[in-house]
Design a binder for this molecule. Sequence first.
Ligand SMILES: Nc1ncnc2c1ncn2[C@@H]1O[C@H](COP(=O)(O)OP(=O)(O)OP(=O)(O)O)[C@@H](O)[C@H]1O
Ligand SMILES: [Mg+2]
Length: 275
Amino acid sequence: MRKQVLAEDSIDGDDIWRANNEVKLYRAIDKNIDGAQWIATPYSCFQDARNLYMFMEFAQGGNLRDLTGRYGRVLTSDEARFYVGEIAQGLGYIHSLGIIHGDLKLENVLIDGTGHVKLSDFSCAMTMDAIPELWHGTIEYTPPEIAKFRGYFDHTVDWYALGVLMFDLMAGHLPFWTANRSPEERVKLRRQVTKGLCSIRWPSHVQGQAKYFIRRLMRRDPRKRLGANCPFGIASLREPTEVLSHRFFDGVDWDTIQPPESYAWNFHSEDDTAA
Ligand SMILES: Nc1ncnc2c1ncn2[C@@H]1O[C@H](COP(=O)(O)OP(=O)(O)OP(=O)(O)O)[C@@H](O)[C@H]1O
Ligand SMILES: [Mg+2]
């Protein structure tokens, strides 16, 4: 994949910051330890006068937004359980390395040739000892404590974003969104995010443990958010036990679970993108 960031008039400073940040964060990811299977493996990168090139493992199934878009329907809670559970394990892995993803969303979750999840796009990622002054993540997935311009945040921002992502998968739209990107609409959106879930309408099929789980992940108070007690920066603890022990995941065997059949790809060869 090529990221074009240098010597381009149309590219602003933020894009350059994100590209450089991504390279830095990928270097911090230890692909040799257990858990690295959840990350689209970076191979190498180099730059010439115009471009920064990043080579990484090819995720044949594309991203999770394309996957759901292709089938044109929302996911059942059984289907969502597979993707959300695997993403949670990926977050457990990067959190154990002391890394916050900072931009978890459907577009940044890739699917490999066997239908399993790969986290990607570390352009907004950060370590707790190097928190950027500006928040670079996507506002629709940003937790209230940041939308309100409050300074402090921690790894629970990723758990909050997982709740938004699961809502999106099951409802077919984001919990907070705006039809256009005008400054007025952006302010309204920020207000909606700050108010939290009390102001949204739930689709009737998002119910039971799936709904409780989303609500727990999206708690406004980060200290009460599901995942607040998951370890961070402890290399030996990669299992996000607090999240995976929620009743939504009751009975799942993570070693044998398979991607939902209704979303299975039939690839004819290793470079078939099924596009
Ligand atoms: N390793 C990969 N294998 C397959 N597809 C990939 C891979 N990396 C990225 N993509 C595709 O490219 C898209 C954009 O990649 P990425 O999220 O890394 O860049 P970005 O800076 O966010 O770009 P954009 O602003 O267009 O989202 C992904 O949503 C995915 O569809
Ligand atoms: Mg992206």
